[in-house]
Design a protein around this ligand. Structure first.
Ligand SMILES: NC(=O)c1ccc[n+]([C@@H]2O[C@H](COP(=O)([O-])OP(=O)(O)OC[C@H]3O[C@@H](n4cnc5c(N)ncnc54)[C@H](O)[C@@H]3O)[C@@H](O)[C@H]2O)c1
Length: 506
């Protein structure tokens, strides 16, 4: 694990709750100093500071006061000197019925929006001004699936505040990405419909609670949620006392190889993104089977991995046919004996609207972009189930979620990949098969260069369309794929993760 936050200072609000503790610990494990915000739990804050080896400071603020957030930022800045990150994690969930007196109703909504949203808004304002002065900075907002789906009648303020937080995140990313300021929002599997699941304390002493509506078979407990958020931040799922926290910090630094002893199969592995995925998985210990219809390209990728001491072999296969897919998986199982990670990455991009596109291009797009996933997954799943689990990461596209003009076959197949991913995740989560998809925006690869040439545009033209100021790099997608394929993403299943440099529409 690289200590990628060495020398950075991060303010975490609501740091004494389960999720806040996990985040703070994960950040410290990555080398950061943490400004630990607490409301009333001074003892908890002190224990947390001790647990992270004193790498930080304590800052108190009652975020239900309108001035508190700005004062909190200033206090944290005074202690740290320079802040590099802000995690808006503090949150409450209150209940009020529509039958309640108007005064109670309004007071509950005011407080909920103040703590969950407006304090984050004010902190974001301060952070942007500070980050802008220093050239860069990161904001992470703890949202909730309640913010995307709505919430129980007596807790609507919670859902509304989280929905607004997600929107705020997108606005910040789009408006300030070019200034080196990034913003992301994280949400976990949502609450029970009756609204009790989300903040129910972890059960003591018992195993996971079976939960009929969740394919993973358990309710979303704070401990797992804390781990998920921490994993998304820095790759550590944890909660516990100071000794355990310190042990996990040292384990993280000593164990950088997330795929040691694992076999990964990557399709489209001669191409830009596929090759980068292979390199990344191999760097982290995987034995990689590099699959592509382009035999020379696959061999070149495999050879470049072996040259630097990694384990890789090429397998030439045309996955446009069911036989090609089945032969591919059969070969890996016969040779390597197992498949721990399957990255369905191969894809083609045929340009054309409905009338311009040929029938052959329509069919080939489905064969390569979608049907191949069906056949490869069908062939690989039984062995994963028998092994007790596995990870599948599909390469979808931003265009599958927001169609670009004149690419009907590509857009439709990628939308289907997104749905395929969610369906597979739902059906096989009980067997611990995690299926997720990445949805890249514009990434600098041979596929993109072909498209750019055809359209008469330049890469610089595309750079200008991305709020972050440039298009993406294959290795940036590969890092995300590696995360989703790793045990750090243990509770991610059925997620479609966009990686677009804040580009909202293709
Ligand atoms: N580059 C982007 O901007 C971008 C954006 C969103 C999604 N994607 C997706 O990322 C994935 C990788 O794309 P890329 O940009 O690296 O493109 P690329 O053209 O560089 O790579 C695609 C690879 O797939 C292989 N392939 C094509 N047909 C095949 C077949 N029948 N059997 C086996 N292999 C086959 C090609 O040989 C090539 O090596 C694709 O699924 C693509 O749709 C790319």
């Amino acid at each position: 694990m690289t200590t990628s936050l060495d020398g950075q200072n991060v303010l975490v609000t609501g740091a004494t709750g389960a999720i806040g503790r996990a985040i703070s610990t994960a950040l410290a494990a990555e080398g950061a100093h943490v400004a630990i915000h607490y409301g009333r739990d001074r003892d908890g804050a002190e224990r947390l500071l001790e647990g992270i080896g004193g790498r930080g400071w304590l800052v108190q603020a009652d975020l239900s006061r309108p001035e508190a957030a700005t004062e909190l930022w200033d206090a944290a800045k005074d202690l740290a000197g320079r802040l590099h990150g802000l995690v808006n994690n503090a949150g409450i969930r209150s209940e009020v019925s529509v039958e309640a007196p108007l005064g109670d109703w309004q007071a509950t909504w005011d407080r909920e929006l103040r703590v969950n949203l407006l304090s984050a808004v004010d902190l974001t304002r301060s952070a942007i001004r500070h980050f802008r002065a220093h050239g860069r900075g990161r904001i992470v907002n703890m949202a909730s699936r309640a913010g995307q789906r709505g919430y129980a009648s007596n807790a609507m303020a919670y859902g509304a505040s989280k929905a607004a937080l997600i929107n705020l995140t997108k606005s910040v990313a789009q408006s300030h990405g070019h200034e080196g300021i990034t913003a992301v929002a994280l949400a976990r599997l949502g609450p029970d419909r009756d609204g009790r699941g989300l903040h129910r304390p972890a059960r003591r002493g018992g195993g996971a609670r079976r939960h009929p509506r969740r394919p993973h078979g358990r309710a979303c407990r704070d401990r797992r949620a804390g781990g998920l958020r921490a994993a998304a931040l820095a790759g550590l799922a944890q909660r516990g006392g100071a000794r355990r926290q310190r042990r996990q910090l040292s384990e993280m630094k000593d164990n950088p190889m997330r795929f040691q002893g694992k076999v990964a199969v990557v399709t489209g592995a001669a191409g830009g993104i596929g090759s980068a995925i292979c390199q990344r998985l191999a760097q982290e210990g995987a034995a990689v089977v590099v699959c592509d219809v382009n035999a020379d390209g696959a061999e070149a990728t495999a050879a470049s991995i072996r040259e630097v001491g990694g384990t890789a072999r090429a397998f030439a296969s045309d996955i446009a046919t069911p036989e090609g897919c089945r032969a591919n998986v059969a070969d890996v199982l016969a040779t390597e004996g197992r498949i721990d990670v399957l990255c369905n990455n191969a894809g083609i991009n045929r340009r054309g609207n409905l009338l311009a596109l040929t029938e052959d291009d329509w069919r080939l797009s489905f064969a390569v972009n979608l049907d191949a996933m069906f056949h490869l997954c069908r062939a690989a799943l039984p062995s994963m189930i028998e092994a007790g689990g596995g990870a599948i990461v599909n390469t979808a596209s931003q265009w599958g979620l927001h169609p670009a003009p004149d690419h009907i076959a590509y857009n439709v197949t990628k939308a289907a990949v997104a749905s395929f991913t969610q369906n597979l995740a739902r059906d096989y989560a009980p067997q611990k098969i995690r299926v997720n998809a990445v949805c890249p925006g514009e990434i600098h690869t041979p596929m993109l260069e072909t498209g750019v040439r055809r359209s008469g545009r330049t890469i610089a033209d595309l750079d200008r369309l991305v709020p972050f100021g440039r298009i993406g790099k294959p290795e940036e997608v590969a890092a995300l794929v590696a995360f989703l394929a790793s045990d750090e993403a243990a509770f991610m299943c059925g997620s479609l993760v966009e990686i677009t440099g804040a580009q909202a529409v293709a």
